[in-house]
Design a protein. Sequence first.
Length: 429
Amino acid sequence: MVLPSRYRSGSWALLAGMFLLLGWVLVSVVNLKFASGEHYPHYSTWKSEPLGARALFESCQRLEGMTVSRNLAPLNQFGSSRPDTTFLLLGIQSRDLGGLQVSGKSGILEGVRRLGGRLVITLNPQLNFWGEEPDWVAAPKIRQENPDPDGAEAPGSSAPEKSQPGAEPVVFPATPDFGLPGELGFQVASHGEMARPGEGWQVTALDRTRLPAPLPQWWSSLHFSQLSPEWEILAKVLDHPVVVRRDWGVGEVILVSDSFFASNQSLRESPQPAFLSYLLGDARRVVFDETIHGAKEDVGVMALVREHGLTGFFYGLLVFLALFAWRGASSLVPRNAELDRGLSEGALVGLDAGSGLARLLRRTLRGRDLLATCVEIWKRDGPHASRNDAAEMVAEVEKIAAESGQTARSVVEGYARITESLKIRQGKR
């Protein structure tokens, strides 16, 4: 049986509403997973775990008069710098510096050079520059369970070999000589697997007027080498530069070989506000870059909905579709047995003409009046008027109709007698 069009439209609306609801649930689940920060890289401002930088991002947001944002555009297309802007590239892997796309006419380096501002790049700390990042969170527990007063290894990593007294540390190159290092004139090197104090290396500031005390403990085994003359060394670890700066056009660039001081764990256990304030400078606008962590701008439909403030409209549309589907599936008027059997909006659905006529008559005529109504219509429109015995024929039909009872069986029998009588008269003609 074919369903009425109203029911079919309601079914499709219900199906569309269910798909939209399912999509909304899936998006909500994914957003909850990412809200925990579990799937973001270390030092991402979205990561709420100990090695994320979300606490620093939200702390900057609370500073009065400071505008804080995340950058998701390619760095070689982000040249809208200003003198009061600080760009932070937190926790980049040293091996990725050579492929960092920051140049070009609209790149961030060109923006800092022409328009001013400060570019701060901090490196992801590591003892073995090709290895995985150590488990800094487990450090206190490891030191408690395995005390080593003479020196401690990197938290969560295998115990390194102690350097021999008087021996020079082995230095390994950690960056290529092209890309950002080649353009700015520096290289990154590593001490290799040197032993490190359990609480990190002490940092020596070369210019206390620039770097206020106290300085954070240093966890990174990386340092800067082959610096061009334009670089100014601000701090050292083991007589190797770890914080350097240089002028770049009307702006400046600062390189830091560690990032742990910016992590959520560091801000909780040993915050260094003075050092962080120096890196931010006098900026009224701070931009945290997320493209170095693999994030990119989302131009999907939901991103546009959020950008233009249409979230409420989207949820309202879901409610409207749900109500429309409910209306299509369940009529607001009382149920009718005839409608349920296929009669809808004056049209007979799934029936032939004879069945449709019978249903229509059944709805408009009482059973006992059916035969009398048929006789009246026959008298008005029938072809008997031209017959010589027309009056006699009409009298006979009326007599049969009057003799018929009011039950359904009597009406049917009367109708059969009338048709038989008419056939006999037509045969005699």
